[in-house]
Design a protein around this ligand. Structure first.
Ligand code: ATP
Length: 364
């Protein structure tokens, strides 16, 4: 029976990279019933929202979706359509593997880390007050009454909620992932030396959870030291579990270790729904030019195939991508530039996908 998968092309480079991804997935022969649903700026006029209800209904039905990046149009009431989708389905775990591939154009070799980012809390919760709002004055009074140093009256405020439940389930997810995937260590990343209440809670919960997984090594590391350590010696790391904002930032750092944003896939996992998407955004500067690198989107599809039980096809896609990158004759401009300092000789998005498909077929 065909797997039903919702495909949200998104905008910017989304339509190009998702069409490349779809051709690669279809070339594996796995039967997928693609339910294509548009979201983002392009549907604003028709539906009055960038995230129409029928898209949410379709994802809720299929339980599996893969998307391209979506730009959030200004003045829609959404801070981010991508974040809204994660929140709507409580997709609390964002999993982003960063794996070196020969020919990926990176300065590093042998990087193999997995970033597990909490997806629903933290400064990303979207609780904010503008400078001058009545709530800011009320908060100021509360802070003064608590005996803590008052903040300047012309401040804007963002609230950083980190809960025991939210922390526990993401750290548990990281340990379960480590166990399932044969990984050796989980590092909890925080800034508990400064944010003693919020990050302190995250760290305390992480230590408690770690005790239940004696077979997996555990350490904690301050986020700034983590960034330095990742750049100096990424081999020191295995699975990293982070609150939302640090997870966002360290994800891009991780992508930089393995060839850049065009290389880094990802998934957003909830109790029974999973949405797959690359780490990068919609890159409007290169949209519509057939130059975007679809590798991150294609590798996100491999994660999606793993999720629906098609591990063999997922592996075939990963091997084909590896082979094309290693050969180096058909790579996109970002990779070629990283390797040689110039994009000369690079191929376009679709030609790269053609090379991946040819490699898939050659192996079959
Ligand atoms: P967001 O905040 O939505 O994550 P961003 O502002 O971080 O977005 P991105 O859209 O992720 O920005 O990309 C930053 C830049 O990296 C782009 O402008 C583009 O030049 C480059 N880039 C991103 N994705 C790709 C890709 N798939 N292929 C080639 N270059 C890319």
């Amino acid at each position: 029976m065909a797997h039903e998968v919702v495909l949200i092309p998104g905008d910017g480079i989304g339509p190009e990279i998702t069409s490349a991804m779809r051709r690669v997935v279809d070339a594996t022969g796995v039967a997928i019933e693609w339910d294509v649903r548009d979201a983002g700026a392009g549907v604003m006029e028709a539906y009055g929202t960038p995230l129409p209800q029928h898209v949410l209904d379709a994802v809720g039905r299929a339980k599996v979706a893969i998307k391209g990046p979506i730009t959030t149009p200004i003045g829609t009431g959404f801070r981010s359509v991508n974040v809204a989708l994660r929140k709507h389905f409580d997709l609390y775990a964002c999993v982003r593997p960063c794996l070196s591939q020969p020919g990926d154009g990176s300065r590093y070799e042998g990087v193999d880390i997995v970033i597990v980012r909490e997806n629903t809390e933290d400064l990303y919760a979207g609780i904010e007050f503008d400078e001058g709002a009545a709530e800011v004055a009320a908060l100021s009074e509360l802070v003064s009454a608590s005996g803590q140093k008052a903040f300047r009256p012309d401040s804007a405020i963002s609230v950083k909620p980190i809960s025991i439940e939210g922390s526990r389930r993401i750290v548990e997810y990281a340990f379960e992932y480590a166990r399932r995937c044969g990984r050796r260590k989980v590092t909890a990343v925080h800034k508990a030396n400064i944010m003693k209440a919020t990050d302190g809670l995250f760290l305390r919960v992480a230590r408690e959870v770690a005790q239940r997984y004696p077979d997996i090594a555990f350490e904690d590391k301050i986020v700034d030291a983590t960034c330095m350590g990742l750049v100096q010696n990424p081999a020191d790391f295995d699975v990293l579990v982070l609150p939302n904002l640090y997870g966002d930032i360290v994800s891009d750092l991780g992508a930089g270790l393995v060839g850049g944003l065009g290389m880094a896939p990802g998934s957003n996992i909830g109790a029974d729904i999973a949405v797959f998407e690359p780490t990068h955004g919609s890159a409007p500067d290169i949209a519509g030019k057939d130059i975007a690198n679809p590798t991150a989107e294609i590798l996100s599809a491999a994660m999606m195939l793993d999720h629906v039980g098609e591990q063999e096809a997922a592996e075939r896609i990963r091997r084909a991508v590896r082979a094309v990158l290693a050969e180096g004759a058909a790579v996109t401009g970002d990779v070629r530039r990283a390797q040689t300092g110039s994009a000369r000789g690079a191929v376009g998005t679709q030609a790269y996908a053609d090379a991946v498909i040819a490699s898939l077929r050659a192996e079959a």
